[in-house]
Design a protein around this ligand. Structure first.
Ligand SMILES: *Cc1c(COP(=O)(O)O)cnc(C)c1O
Length: 421
């Protein structure tokens, strides 16, 4: 496998872009492959190497790359113009669809990224309660804004820089943390700070360190303790939304938060974010209320058109059943391989998310940190050499799309077996 063109381009890229990339997790050492094109389950680099893609842009591409129905919807929107600075029928239509699917969402606002969604969700939760502090899960990732970059997962963890320079301590002093799957720690913290506690934000399945799944009844207990103490419960479903089920993890687990953030899948691969919740909370956003939030690209027609198209496909073709069956097939194949080889590794996952942890089954961030990160990275390169593109980190979830065929899965399992050996 030759990577000459990528290596050469990297020399130039690193003089212009920090680390040669536009987002840290893409920075594979010694240099990343640069992509030329992608279609279905495959991604092709500028040297012409083709890989089966389980990174899928870190989650959005649930129908695989360049899905024809999404492409058609975007092209048809481009013909009518792609940015108006006025409201559109499209956004009302997508909002209606989302509100119908997510019991927690009476009203919502469109933004351009998941980062913006969680940033704004926390602002409105603080505005609504008149309180300052919020709790997040240790290792939970909610984008790259100041308040949540405290022991964040994803790229921030991988690089060993849980906190960032450039964020005044004053900005994060209201950010409290608890371990995942620990209801006692949460209850204690809520009781201690209830006078000034606005919200609890949580990925119901931790997608940025794994996936790490909630233990039985954990989310139900989270709902109970936040409800009893008037703490706004925010489910960050930027990954799990439309992936675990049409109605996300809240549908899957039957637990309804007060607010929800969405992103990734709901833009069909174009930039989008959504935050929504109970009417009395979301109606506090300007111009209805006095919590300010605004954006030039919010509700961008091309993104919204792509979002409607992806929901159409997911809903009409009843995709999740097939997708989850593919996930089951892959996970059980991987479990067999790990068992046959006698490795102390763990196959984790749910629905169309999966991962092999190079260590014991983790329950939280500290457990994940104990996994063999260097070993995983070596394995990542071998897989790449076998034509399989996994996210280049022990901390990132692998995703499956509807474009992945049984043949892809068989090839993938064979590569796992050979390389784990
Ligand atoms: C990706 C992600 C975000 C941030 O979304 P961006 O669109 O990258 O800003 C927020 N929360 C979770 C759970 C995510 O996985």
């Amino acid at each position: 496998m030759s990577l000459d063109k990528s290596r050469e381009l990297y020399q130039k890229a690193r003089t212009l872009l920090p680390g040669g990339v536009s987002s840290p997790v893409r920075a594979i050492r010694p240099y990343p492959f640069y992509t030329r094109s992608a279609s279905g389950s495959r991604i092709t680099d500028i040297d012409g190497n083709e890989y089966i893609d389980y990174c899928l842009a870190y989650g959005p591409n649930i129908l695989g790359h360049a899905n024809p129905k999404i492409k058609e919807a975007v092209i048809s929107q481009l013909d009518k113009g792609w940015l108006y600075g006025t409201p559109t029928e499209l956004e009302v239509s997508l909002a209606d669809r989302i509100a119908g699917l997510y019991p927690s969402i009476d009203m919502l606002r469109f933004v351009s990224t998941g980062t913006e969604a969680t940033m704004s969700a926390l602002r409105v939760a603080r505005g609504f309660t008149g309180k300052n502090k919020f709790i997040k899960i240790e290792g939970g990732f909610h984008g790259a804004h100041d308040a949540v970059l405290v022991k964040a997962g994803s790229g921030a963890t991988t690089l060993g820089k849980p906190d960032s320079l450039g964020i005044p301590e004053d900005f994060t002093k209201h950010t409290l943390q608890v371990p995942f799957n620990d209801i006692e720690a949460l209850t204690t913290l809520i009781e201690k700070y209830s006078d000034d506690l606005a919200a609890f934000i949580i990925e119901p399945v931790m997608g940025n360190i794994g996936p790490v799944l909630p233990e039985k009844d954990y989310l139900r207990e989270v709902r109970k303790v936040t409800g009893e103490n008037d703490v706004v419960l925010i489910f960050d479903e930027v990954i799990t939304g439309f992936r675990l089920a049409m109605g996300g993890a809240q549908e899957y687990y039957g637990v309804t938060p007060d607010m929800t953030t969405l992103g990734k899948i709901v833009g069909g691969g174009l930039p989008i974010g959504v935050f929504g919740g109970r009417k009395e909370i979301i109606d506090m956003i300007a111009p209805s209320g006095s919590v300010y939030q605004a954006g030039t690209f919010s509700g961008s027609p091309a993104s919204v058109a792509a979002g409607i198209a992806v929901l159409d496909v997911l809903e009409k073709e009843n995709v999740h059943k097939k997708l989850n069956a593919t996930g089951d097939m892959l996970r059980s194949g991987l479990s067999d391989i790990v068992a046959d080889l006698g490795l102390d590794y763990t196959v984790s996952g749910i629905a169309s998310m999966f991962k092999i942890f190079f260590g014991d089954q983790p329950q939280n961030y500290q457990d994940v940190l104990r996994c063999d990160k260097e070993g995983y990275l070596k394995f990542f390169f071998r897989m790449l050499d076998s034509g399989i593109f996994l996210p280049p980190s022990q901390f990132e979830t692998n995703f499956i799309s509807t474009a992945h065929t049984e043949d892809d899965i068989e090839k993938t399992l064979a590569a796992y077996e050979a390389n784990l050996k």
